[in-house]
Design a protein around this ligand. Sequence first.
Ligand SMILES: [Zn+2]
Length: 224
Amino acid sequence: MRAIRNKLLSRRGINRLVAILVALGIVLVIVAGIPIYRAYKARADIYSCTVATKKAQDMLDVEFLWNYELSHEEAEAVIERAKMEMDALCPAGGDYFLVDREDSDQRYRVTCGIHEADTRLRTRLNAYHVYELLGEEIIYARRRGEALDDPVVLTVNGRKLEVTELEEPNDLRYGTGSNIDYDGIVCFFTRDDAGELNWFVYADENHAGRWNPVDGWTGDAYNG
Ligand SMILES: [Zn+2]
C-alpha cells in the first residue's frame, strides 16, 4: 500500500515538475516574443502610415488639380475625407499635419506626427499643435470661469500628454538651455498676471521647441 502511495506521490511530483517547466517555457516564449512583436508592430505601423499618407496625398493632389487656389481649410477637409475612407490614417494614432510647400506644384504635403522622418520638423509640428490645443484650453477655462486643470491633459498623437504650468520658466536639457533631464515627451508653460501664455516648451526624445511672445519660436527644433 505504502509503495503504491509513494509511487503515486512521486508521479504527481513529476507531473507537477513537467507542468511548471511547461509554464516556464510558455512564459519565456512570451517574454522573448514581446520585443520581437513590438519591433514588428512598429515596422508594420510605419508601412501602413506611409501607404495611408500616400493615398491621402494623392487625394489632395487630385483636388489641387481641380482647385489651384486650395486653401488650408479645404486641404484639411480632403484629409478628413481620406481619414473617413480609410478609417484612420495612422495605425499608431499619429495626428496629421499639412506642411506648406510653396516651392512645389503640390502646395501641401501630408505628414504624421509620429512617423514624419525629419525629426526637427516633427518636433515643430507637434510643439505648435500642443501650443494651439493649450491655448484653446485656456480660453475654454476662462469662458467657464474655472481654473485650468493642473496638469492640463491633452491627447496628442493618440496618447495622453500632461502639460504642466510652472511658476517660472525652467530649462530643459535639449535645445533650451539646461537644468532638467527628461525622458520621452514633456511640456511646460507659464502665464502672465492676465492669464496669457508667456512661455511654453515642448520637448521630445530628439528636439525641443520653445515659445515666448518676444522671440517667437526658438529651440533646437528651429535650428538647422
Ligand atoms: Zn503615422
